[in-house]
Structures are given as structure tokens and as C-alpha cells.
Write a protein that binds this ligand. Structure first.
Ligand SMILES: [Fe+2]
Ligand SMILES: [Fe+2]
Length: 328
């Protein structure tokens, strides 16, 4: 039951209709990753206010200490459960997330300073604490399940640096860092904030992270692997859905206020999209545009990511056909 006493109704097509933004936000409390993903579609359609998103954050706290990693550690160390090839691929995915959480934690502060309203600032400060929590969650997972040792979080991150690919570095160390740096130098630069939110909430979180997480969690659940991690990572991604909800609303409002912002979003997507899909590819595959993993083929991931991005563009009032490139 939702907190305002009302409930969502089925429409007969297996989908759920939400009459209010409170009902749409209710999916953020769900423990099932596919429901979290389909719920995000409703959230971006309902476009909850920043205040509503803030209230949801208040009611949705979880702790990195909530999860029991005993079974996870046993499975990770049992060669009859997981092969070396499966573990190698999983470690690639985990490390890109772990280092990604660190980058989005430290780069978000200039966004909060540059946000024009106090409602936006209040939400973005909740997001900084979320991202820090995600980074700490991964650090605990690396120590207690993967058995890695390091003096502190920074040292642990350094041990995993060789696992990220060069396109991850271009996106996070290059483009995202540049967005944050421009906002740090001039917090009044609103076009820079539009570009930054497009890179951060739409490309990194809404297109890459939620897609990657969905495939990882699905593969683990199908095999009954790493139950503590699955519970924690699902909580991480409920937070991510809330962050993407903020980004879509922010950009939709920016476009309504000034159509010139639509062009900035379009140019930013053109900047990111040649790199973005390559972030999914481990450095050892021959063809980063088409490769097999122990769990799925890359074409499934690319198709899911493209659909996820199209839905967000449509919710902002943009034509997803822009992703096909210039007709000229
Ligand atoms: Fe995160
Ligand atoms: Fe996030």
C-alpha cells in the first residue's frame, strides 16, 4: 500500500497505472530490479517535484551495514560455483561501478552549488550522500566478499584502476570531470549545468549505470549468486532511479524555459554517444561493438540502453529520432 493510502491499479496489460506522483514514486520501495526499472518509466512520466523526490529520499534510507555477505564470500571462493572466466567478467563490471560511484561522489558538489533553486540544491545534496554511500558499499563488498585488502578507500580504488576500460576513463575522467570543472569555475553558467546534468543523470546514470546494473542483478538472481550483494545493489539502483528522475525533470523544465537548452542536450548526446556503449566492453574483447560474455551478448545490453535513453528523451519532450543522427 502506498503511503498516502491510495493504490496503483493494473490496466489489464500487465502494466501499472499511477494516478498520482506519490503512486509513481512508490516503485522506489520495490525490491525487484525489473519493477524498479519499469517503475522509473512511470516516475519520469509523472515528473515528481524536487520536494517529492526529497521526501522519498528521507523515507528510503538504508545502511551499507544492512547486508549479510557470508554466503556471497563462500560462493566467490568456491570454484564449483563460479568459473574464473565468470569471475573475471564480474570483477570488470563491479570495478567500473565502484570507481564510477567514487567519481560521481566527488564531481557532484559543483552541480549543487550551480543549481539555481534551493529545492534543487537540497535534492542534489541528498544525492551526494547517496553516491558516497554507494562507494562505501562497494568498498565493503571488495573487502568482505572479494577478499581484497587496502589501507583505505583510496588505496582500494587504486587497486581496481587497471580494471576499467579506456572509454570509461574518457567519459568519467574526461567529459564528466570537465563538466564539474566548468561549474566549479563559474557556478552561474547555466548552459554548463544543462550539459553536466545530461552527461551525469541521463548518459551515465540513466543510460549506462541502470542498464549495466539491470543485467548484472538479473544474471546473479537467475543463478542465486551473491544474495547480499544483490540486495545492496538493488537498493543502490533504487537511489539511481531517483537521481535520474531529478535529471529528467531538470532538463524538461530547462527546455520549457528556453528551447536553446534542447540544442545543448542534443550536442552533449552527440559528444557522449560515440563513447558511451564502449564503456560496456571489457578491454580483452576483440570487437567492442559485438561481444559475448558469460552471461549475455552485448547486443542485448546495447538495445536495452538505447531504449532507456529514448524513453528519457521522450519524457523531456525531445524526439528520440535525434539519436539516429542528422538526416542531412
Ligand atoms: Fe550511485
Ligand atoms: Fe546516482
Amino acid at each position: 500500500m502506498s503511503e498516502n493510502g491510495s493504490s496503483a491499479n493494473g490496466n489489464g496489460n500487465g502494466e501499472v497505472e499511477f494516478k498520482t506522483e506519490d503512486e509513481a514514486l512508490q516503485v522506489l520501495l520495490d525490491g525487484d530490479i525489473d519493477k524498479v526499472m519499469s517503475g522509473l518509466d512511470r516516475i519520469i512520466e509523472a515528473a515528481p517535484s524536487y520536494e517529492k523526490l526529497f521526501m522519498r529520499w528521507q523515507r528510503q534510507h538504508w545502511s551499507t551495514e544492512d547486508f549479510d555477505f557470508t554466503v556471497d564470500a563462500e560462493q566467490w571462493n568456491d570454484p564449483s560455483v563460479m568459473t574464473e572466466e565468470e569471475k573475471k567478467f564480474m570483477l570488470f563490471g563491479f570495478s567500473q561501478f565502484f570507481l564510477g560511484e567514487e567519481k560521481v561522489t566527488v564531481e557532484l558538489l559543483p552541480f549543487a552549488i550551480a543549481a539555481p533553486t534551493h529545492e534543487e540544491k537540497a535534492f542534489l545534496t541528498t544525492q551526494i550522500s547517496d553516491e558516497a554511500k554507494h562507494m562505501v558499499f562497494f568498498d565493503r563488498f571488495y573487502r568482505e566478499v572479494l577478499g581484497m585488502k587496502a589501507a583505505d578507500i583510496g588505496a582500494m580504488l587504486a587497486t581496481q584502476r587497471p580494471n576499467v576500460n579506456k572509454d570509461w576513463e574518457t567519459l568519467f575522467d574526461g567529459i564528466l570531470h570537465d563538466c564539474a570543472e566548468r561549474l566549479r569555475l563559474d557556478p552561474t553558467d547555466f548552459p554548463a549545468l544543462v550539459r553536466g546534468v545530461t552527461v551525469y543523470m541521463i548518459v551515465i546514470e540513466g543510460t549506462l549505470a541502470l542498464t549495466g546494473a539491470r543485467f548484472i542483478i538479473k544474471a546473479l538472481k537467475e543463478r542465486d549468486w551473491l544474495p547480499g550483494f544483490v540486495s545492496g545493489f538493488t537498493a543502490v539502483n533504487r537511489d539511481e532511479s531517483r537521481h535520474v528522475g531529478f535529471g529528467v525533470k531538470f532538463l524538461a523544465d530547462a527546455i520549457k524555459a528556453d528551447q536553446a537548452n534542447a540544442l545543448i542536450i542534443q550536442d552533449t548526446l552527440k559528444e557522449c554517444l560515440p563513447i558511451a556503449p564502449l564503456v560496456f566492453a571489457p578491454s580483452w574483447v576483440e570487437d567492442p561493438y559485438s561481444f559475448e560474455t558469460p552471461f549475455y551478448h552485448s547486443t542485448e545490453v546495447f538495445a536495452y540502453a538505447m531504449k532507456a535513453l529514448s524513453k528519457k528523451l521522450a519524457a523531456m519532450g525531445l524526439d528520440p529520432a535525434m539519436l539516429a543522427g542528422d538526416p542531412a
